[in-house]
Ligand binder design. Structure first.
Ligand SMILES: Nc1ncnc2c1ncn2[C@@H]1O[C@H](COP(=O)(O)OP(=O)(O)O)[C@@H](O)[C@H]1O
Ligand SMILES: [Mg+2]
Length: 226
């Protein structure tokens, strides 16, 4: 219900916006055309009376053509500023969103040894009414190759998402080299993993944190290459 009323509100706002923009465009063109018509009539009148040479009419037309586009630019400028302010507002809202998975106070740096992975009694559900993983336990030795095979919707991708800590497990634990992944910093954990996901995760974290991670990474790279 909330979604339907939100869609209706959006459609109403969009209609108002389109009507407003169309009205603005039509009035702008009308003002330009009526202005040109008035100025032309005046010029023709003056020329026909012999008060002005024909060249003045030509000058008027070329001035008009030159002035037209800057005036139209300024008329559109206000609209553009408004749209950009709206975009900036959306971006600020995004900055304020808090990620659900964050570093615990006192989280340690992850230390990679052999890369042994251990799932112990892991339970996880995106929606509490429908568990995605129930009591899953397995151990993968470091350096080995393992394939998770199962029916669609069985929870294979969810396992990887949990390993990468896009979500925290509801119960049980995931350990890599005997370190619970909830007890280490996200940055140090993900820095040691390579994942080729089936879908692209662009915003797995707060945008500010992504920017600061990239910045850290670049500083690290530039200091190591120097
Ligand atoms: N982002 C999500 N939000 C809610 N449910 C999800 C989400 N991703 C997956 N699921 C559900 O979790 C279950 C396991 O999905 P998934 O791990 O993608 O399965 P697989 O990769 O084995 O096909 C499925 O029932 C799926 O519908
Ligand atoms: Mg999958």
């Amino acid at each position: 219900m909330a979604i339907i009323s939100a869609i209706k509100n959006y459609q109403k706002a969009e209609l108002n916006y389109v009507l407003g923009i169309t009205f603005l465009g039509v009035s702008q063109s009308l003002i330009f055309t009526v202005g040109l018509l008035g100025a032309s009539f005046l010029a023709v009148y003056e020329v026909s009376k012999g008060n002005k040479p024909v060249g003045s009419f030509v000058t008027l037309l070329s001035y008009w053509a030159q002035l037209g586009s800057p005036l139209a630019f300024f008329a559109n400028f206000y609209r553009k500023i408004q749209t950009q302010m709206l975009d900036a507002e959306r971006l600020l809202e995004l900055f304020q969103r808090k990620p659900s998975v964050v570093d615990k106070p006192g989280a340690q740096e992850f230390q990679l040894k052999s890369g042994e992975i251990e799932f112990s009694d892991v339970c996880f559900a995106y929606d509490p009414r429908k568990p995605a993983i129930k009591n899953m336990s397995f151990r993968v030795a470091g350096g080995s190759t393992v394939a998770l095979v199962g029916e669609t919707g069985g929870g294979k991708t969810t396992c990887l998402k949990l390993l990468f800590r896009f979500f925290d497990v509801n119960s049980g634990s995931i350990k890599i080299d005997d370190q619970d992944i909830r007890g280490v910093t996200l940055w140090s954990l993900r820095e040691n993993m390579g994942v080729v996901p089936q879908v692209c995760f662009r915003n797995s974290n707060a945008i500010l944190s992504i920017c600061s991670s990239c910045f850290q990474h670049r500083t690290l790279n530039s200091s190591t290459t120097r």
